[in-house]
Write a protein that binds this ligand. Structure first.
Ligand SMILES: *Cc1c(COP(=O)(O)O)cnc(C)c1O
Length: 404
């Protein structure tokens, strides 16, 4: 090939990227300055951050930093190997014990990320003769885990328990005796609403299915001491597999599966994203353990109280009803409208990037506002005013328009 002619790979990818761009779906990374927090630096300018999952403001909490530094001093940074080889260090086992105690389960197992936890666990539990039944709005990692498992996949419309029930009846008839795994989130990441958890638990029990519950946006935020929606709904001990992430409200990184110690032993042997991956750095595990301690303490209650009043304040400003946790989706519809709304907010000093396909359905683009414990009342009120001026782009924020 001649010097300087386009490389076949780059040429093909450039073509595909221009198709993505033409559809209004091109995404770019934006590097922020400063730590994660209520104000971040975007393109050299400080703006109010309303897009973080750091719901309690723990990502930059001094106690997490101190715990990480202490572990770093004691045991170095990298784990050096997978957990099964020589990478299980005290930081990991301490964290897993703390999570099992927090969640009230027999055991817990940590993974490098929520994505890895979901994919590895679902694919370990089910195979080609089994059935995985998912809520339509399930996070991509849950869908990918189901696909990787090779199981037959059935999807029910979001929170439609009648359809869930009929899928489970189908499974019993079409594949008698097979494993059936129901997969749902407790607080949905892009819609912010809650699963009808008691009903789901009753249905899966009636059919002898298992439930995998992803509490990524609930742990730390919802339930007594931030234990999640399963605890709040009083059904935690009836859910076989409880997943949560350590990188959102817990301000660290990684994820856990909490359940029986048999489940843990099984995943240690069979979850490929666990077996074939280097263990997380012990200082990260130490920070996560400190976060668990804070979340379940009086300080955690205080932070949840602040978060709760920030959510209430924001919803009141917009004249909309309160979400189940701390996520408020403002629907734009067309991708271009969501992008335009996000750009105008950034100009006005608010960071709320547009959420588009494939994160949400085509034509259901939106701004996803997240509230945190550390945002100021002034910033929340100012965002309400700024949103009021975007009513043409955001029919989902109509309450704001009628007030301005
Ligand atoms: C963020 C998220 C995950 C993935 O967790 P990571 O630790 O970020 O990989 C899984 N499920 C849901 C619902 C999420 O929002």
């Amino acid at each position: 090939m001649a010097e300087g002619s386009p490389k076949p790979l780059d040429g093909a990818l450039r073509e595909e990227l221009s198709r993505i761009e033409a559809a209004g779906l091109l995404r770019k990374l934006k590097a922020l300055g400063g730590p994660q927090g209520p104000r971040v630096e975007v393109d050299g300018r400080a703006v109010a951050n309303f897009s973080s999952n750091d719901y309690l403001g723990l990502a930059a909490h001094p106690a997490l930093k101190e715990a990480a530094m202490e572990e770093w001093e004691r045991g170095g940074f990298g784990a050096g190997a997978s957990r099964l080889v020589c990478g299980t260090l005290r930081g990991h086992s301490d964290l897993e014990e703390a999570i099992a105690d927090f969640k009230g389960t027999g055991a817990a197992l940590c993974f490098g990320s929520g994505y890895a936890a979901a994919v590895g666990t679902i694919a370990a539990l089910c195979g080609k003769d089994d059935v995985v039944v998912l809520d339509k709005l399930s996070h991509a990692c849950l869908v990918d885990g189901a696909r990787l498992s090779g199981a037959a996949i059935r999807v029910f419309p979001h929170n439609d328990t009648a359809k869930l029930d009929s899928h489970l009846r189908w499974a019993a008839k079409a594949k008698p005796g097979c494993r059936v795994l129901v997969v749902a989130e407790s607080i949905y990441s892009m819609d912010g609403d809650a699963a009808p958890l008691r009903e789901i638990v009753e249905i899966k029990e009636r059919h002898g299915a298992w439930l995998f519950l992803d509490e990524a946006h609930a742990v730390g935020v919802v339930g007594r001491g931030g234990r999640g929606l399963a605890d709040a709904a009083g059904v935690a001990d009836r859910i076989e597999i409880q997943m949560g992430t350590l990188g959102k409200a817990l301000g660290a990184h990684g994820a856990y599966i909490a359940g029986s110690s048999v489940l843990r032993d099984f995943l240690v042997n069979r979850a490929r994203s666990f077996v074939f991956s280097t263990a997380p750095p012990p200082p990260v595990a130490a920070a996560a353990r400190k976060a668990v301690e804070i979340v379940r303490s009086a300080e955690g209650d205080g932070l949840r109280g602040r978060l709760e009043s920030n959510v209430a304040r924001f919803c009141q400003t917009l004249g909309i009803s309160r979400p189940a946790a701390a996520i408020v989706p403002l629907l734009a519809g067309p991708e271009a409208a969501a992008v335009e709304a996000g750009a105008r907010l950034l100009e006005a000093g608010f960071f709320v990037p547009a959420i588009r396909y494939p994160t949400v359905a085509r034509g259901a683009a939106r701004l996803r506002v997240t509230l945190t414990a550390t945002q100021s009342a002034e910033a929340i009120d100012a965002l309400g005013v700024a949103l009021g001026e975007l009513a043409d782009l955001l029919p989902g924020a109509r309450g704001a328009a009628s007030q301005s």
